[in-house]
Design a protein around this ligand. Structure first.
Ligand code: ATP
Ligand code: MG
Ligand code: MG
Length: 418
């Protein structure tokens, strides 16, 4: 189909699912990540005789990125926290290697403050669909100024290397000890320059997400907007498509979310799929939270529920192949993430304890006996609290059927959390 070799920076679960899609079209993939056993490498056993062996090294290390570039025709990412300067260098030293999305796009998006400035500039300035934000130094004085300007609670965020809310701190009081705690949490090894920014608290009623596909010609199309439900800053559930309910009367919300997400992605360069996270306000207004320049957790459901998955379309977009339909082929879908846990020690003699893997086994077994449910396990060696170990997608003819099928899974989960 395409004899181009694709190199992926990062070999986690998103790389694994890209690899599964690539295998259907016999697209050769080479993964750069530390170790020989990352989730993506586990399912892609390439012949080393054809110079397709994976690379054991960090996607943040320029020398390994250059090593990967020498072996491939196209470079892409499954994580945005890569060394962008190394990608720029690849463009000079290996001009025949295409990089999607572009290093500029990855560079803007990996710095969440620059990302917000970019979106403000390209989506209408002060009328852009963004909450108020400003840069902030990690000092008491500047954080106090940010509180004066944006109010409390104040969302303080690290500009880079954020995921699963780990770079976020909600400042609820502006007294000196509270601010000192925030600085200590966000900058534990001391504050450098340009590390933080502040966002006004957004009183959203729901979070939505839209996966957008950007072709090499810059044209965009999107999957249906979905609802995402977070717990402890980590995506817990996805419901697809997003349904208007009595709370959100406006039937135009979904179309509006998809339009805003597409407009945002038009403003970047390079091909691929992008995840756009959004907030829905009580007024029906929609604001952008943040963008991921790659397949996204909220789009896992597209594997079972859409005519082509986000992973199929990411590969098609970067390779310049005809894009696949983003329509749902089932009435509705849901997804629940399987997160690692610490396990628990019995505090009472007759209380049941469980190992960290027990919850994964239990959910997988319930999924295997639930019609329309498909468990995905990522093969991560170690389970840690909050680590994404797998997910289950549930499809059905209607939202009601999906919620009913999902209920057994959520009940099994709740039994572990009691
Ligand atoms: P991800 O794993 O999606 O990359 P992240 O670490 O980059 O997450 P954010 O998406 O910025 O973190 O924030 C995590 C969650 O915190 C959001 O999904 C939302 O629930 C909440 N949140 C973020 N910004 C705000 C805000 N300004 N006001 C209120 N809640 C917010
Ligand atoms: Mg993020
Ligand atoms: Mg996020």
């Amino acid at each position: 189909m395409s004899n181009k070799v694709v190199g992926i920076l990062g070999g986690g679960q998103l790389g694994r699912m890209l690899g599964a899609s690539a295998s259907l079209l016999n697209i050769p993939i080479i993964v750069l990540d530390v170790g020989d056993d990352s989730p993506a490498k586990q399912i892609l056993n390439n012949p080393s005789s054809k110079n397709l062996s994976h690379i054991d090294g960090s996607f943040k290390d320029p020398s390994f990125i250059l090593q990967l570039a020498k072996k491939v025709d196209i470079l892409t990412v499954e994580i945005e926290h890569v060394d962008v300067n190394a990608l720029r260098k690849v463009r000079e030293t290996h001009p025949h290697v295409e990089i999607h999305p572009s290093p500029e796009t990855i560079g803007i998006i990996q710095d969440k403050y620059r990302q917000k400035l970019h979106l403000k500039e390209h989506l209408g300035g002060s009328s852009a669909p963004l909450g108020p934000f400003r840069s902030v130094d990690a000092t008491r004085e500047d954080i106090e100024r940010a509180v004066e300007e944006l109010g409390l609670p104040l969302m303080l965020k690290r500009r880079t290397l954020a995921y699963d809310g780990r770079g976020n701190y909600v400042l609820r009081k502006s007294d000196p000890p509270a601010i000192a705690d925030a600085i200590q949490f966000l900058c534990p090894i001391g504050a450098g320059k340009d590390e933080l920014y502040a966002e006004k608290w957004v009183p959203f009623i729901k979070e939505l997400a839209v996966m957008v596909v950007r072709g090499r010609d810059g044209k965009v199309t999107s999957y249906p907007a979905v609802e995402t439900v977070h717990r402890d800053n980590i995506c817990h559930l996805v419901w697809a498509p997003f349904r208007t309910t009595s709370v959100e009367q406006d039937p135009g919300i979904r179309a509006n979310a998809e339009r805003i997400a597409q407009e945002a992605i038009k403003s970047f360069t390079g091909a691929g799929v992008f995840g756009v996270e959004l907030f829905l306000l009580p007024s029906g207004e929609i604001l952008i939270n943040e963008i991921a320049p790659r397949p996204h957790n909220s789009g896992h459901y597209t594997i079972e529920a859409c005519e082509s998955s986000q992973y199929d379309n990411h590969l098609r977009a970067i390779l310049g192949l005809p894009l696949g339909s983003t329509k749902m082929k089932v009435g509705a879908a849901g997804m629940v993430n399987i997160l690692g846990s610490d396990g628990s020690e019995p505090s009472q003699p007759n209380e049941i304890s469980f190992s960290p893997d027990a919850i994964i086994d239990k959910l997988t077994h319930v999924a295997l006996s639930t019609p329309g449910a498909m468990p995905h396990l990522y093969g991560k060696a170690q389970s840690r609290k909050g680590r994404k170990m797998g997910h289950v997608t549930v499809v059905g003819v209607s939202d009601a059927e999906v919620r009913e099928r999902m209920a057994g899974l959520l009940q099994a989960l709740a039994e572990f959390e009691r």
